[in-house]
Design a protein around this ligand. Structure first.
Ligand code: 2P0
Length: 337
């Protein structure tokens, strides 16, 4: 923490994550309690650096992302998050935030997960909160559900819990072995239906949603066993099944919707064909058209070569397991930005 005439500042870095067992749907939208537990891999290639400052001289909350002032939904989401933070401060103050997304060129994978995880870390540093990563994961959850998992590195479970205290992240495995995730970036345009709206509509209208929920615990247990055994084949089979169950709930919502594009389906077919030709590779997808491919890290370069034959112009970014949120010092920040 730095205190220059009542300005409190903090900085932190957090990496984004991709779920192998999906979070989709809220039981309590106010507390961000999810309907299901989920499990993800934190990624090495994508992260957000955030600096925050609190001051009595500020008149409102402000958020700059890559130098651009945020308004609209992003600002509303921040104001809502800051009312949660304010409730934990003796004298709530407005915040100014500067955030930089490190996403390889045009990857289009900037995510609220790394954003709120980094913001939570930076706030904790600014306010001198002596909290462990699990406690911080509960706070990040109030900004965005998937941010809960981005406090830890490697494979991370978000235990759904039953209340504010019990809904938190748990590290499962550091992921520092021969496993990785390739992002196939098909479209970096802003998506039409936000995850937040998409999941709410799904919960409210899809007759398939209860089936997704009821098979989640067994998918999660099987995934944890497969990770423990470093069995990428089983991990991949469970991840594909789980992701497509989630996407089936949006297709069966009223009115129906989907995040899959024609190119997403081509990519899924390509992954299946590559698997039939000997690669160990499995797909997953989130609330957008991009396809992420789980494989041994040692196969990623050959996979990129093979995928290049089919997708000439797409961006392919390889990741391995990324680290936990970490605080950045004033000096590091000055050097970086
Ligand atoms: C996940 N997704 O587990 C799932 C799978 C997208 C599909 O978490 O409303 O941005 O902020 O809690 O976290 C995206 O949803 O939604 C997400 P909010 P969030 O990664």
């Amino acid at each position: 923490m730095t205190n220059h005439s009542s300005v409190f500042t903090g900085q932190a870095r957090a990496h984004t994550n991709i779920a192998l067992i999906k979070y989709w749907g809220k039981k309590d939208p106010d507390l961000f309690l999810p309907m299901v537990s989920s499990l993800s891999l934190t990624l090495s290639a994508f992260y957000t650096d955030t600096r925050v400052s609190f001051s009595e001289s500020y008149t409102e909350n402000r958020l700059l992302v890559n130098g651009l002032e945020q308004t609209g939904k992003a600002k509303e989401s921040l104001d809502r998050f800051m009312s949660v933070i304010g409730s934990k401060m003796e004298h709530p103050l407005p915040i100014h935030i500067e955030s930089f997304n490190h996403v390889p060129t045009a990857a289009g994978l900037a995510s609220s997960a790394s954003a709120y995880a980094a913001m939570t870390g930076a706030i904790a540093q600014a306010l001198n909160w002596d909290l462990d990563l699990q406690s911080l994961s509960r706070i990040a959850r109030r900004g965005s559900g998937s941010a809960t998992r981005s406090l830890f590195g490697g494979f991370v479970e978000w235990e759904k819990g039953t209340d504010d205290l019990s809904s938190k992240a748990i590290p499962i495995d550091d992921g520092l072995w021969d496993v990785g995730m390739l992002a196939l970036v098909l479209n970096d345009k802003e998506k039409t239906i936000s995850s937040r709206d998409g999941m709410a509509k799904t919960v409210a209208t899809s007759p398939f949603y209860p089936a997704f929920v009821s098979s989640q615990d067994s998918d999660l247990e099987l995934m944890k066993k497969a990770i423990k055994e470093r069995d990428i084949v089983s991990m991949g089979e469970i991840a594909e099944h789980n992701a497509m169950k989630m996407h089936a709930t949006t297709l069966s919502a009223k009115p129906p919707m989907t995040y899959l594009s024609p190119d997403s389906l081509r990519a899924i077919k390509a992954v299946q064909d590559l698997r039939n030709s000997g690669f160990t590779c499995y797909y997953t997808m989130d609330a957008g058209p991009n396809v992420k491919i789980l494989s041994p890290a040692s196969q990623q370069d050959d996979l990129i070569k093979a995928l290049r034959q089919i997708f000439k112009d797409v961006t392919l970014v390889k990741s391995q397991a990324g680290p936990a949120m970490r605080y950045l010092s004033d000096e590091e920040w000055q050097e970086l930005y």
